[in-house]
Design a protein around this ligand. Structure first.
Ligand code: SME
Length: 156
């Protein structure tokens, strides 16, 4: 499956409608199933000063279901609003380990109305698995799903 096919799959999920949670679950399942080098896919949602794990898909659950913004690779991306690509997780001191098999990671912030409301976090069992094409497709998907991430945002 090419990344172009992935974009088409995500377009179909968004056109199909449903609740925000169903749409995000569909997107993480498409990402994990359609791209071979995506081993674990999750969406974290901003909740105050934390990121809270929302829909995810992969072989194992992660213990990192709540990550303070600023901690880990996930927290760094939420803090800066910039995509993080880590070619070798074991060489990055920020990395919060989830799965022993993970070798590389990409974290793409999700924006809605100009602020970070969440992020797409993908682990790969391959070293340096994420290239410019991954970044471009995932950043586009992140823009598309931004309006569907409001349910996880604290409003008080
Ligand atoms: N590795 C992430 C934590 C989340 S798990 O990969 C699912 C980090 O360093 O922030």
């Amino acid at each position: 499956m090419t990344l172009t096919g992935l974009q088409e799959g995500v377009d179909r999920i968004l056109e199909g409608g449903g609740s925000d949670e169903e749409i995000l679950q569909g997107v993480v399942e498409a990402l994990e199933q359609l791209v071979e080098h995506y081993s674990w896919v999750g969406i974290y949602l901003v909740d105050g000063d934390d990121l809270v794990l929302g829909p995810w898909r992969g072989p194992h659950a992660t213990e990192h279901v709540r990550i303070p913004i600023g901690q880990g690779v996930c927290g760094a991306a939420a803090d800066s609003g910039e995509t993080e690509v880590v070619d070798d997780v074991n060489a990055d001191p920020r990395y919060l380990a989830c799965f022993p098999s993970t070798r590389s990671e990409i974290v793409v912030p999700i924006f809605d109305e100009g602020r970070v409301v969440g992020e797409i976090d993908i682990d790969s069992d391959r070293a340096a698995a994420f290239g410019e094409n991954d970044r471009a497709v995932l950043e586009r998907i992140a823009l598309q799903i931004g309006p569907h991430c409001r349910f996880g945002v604290a409003t008080d």
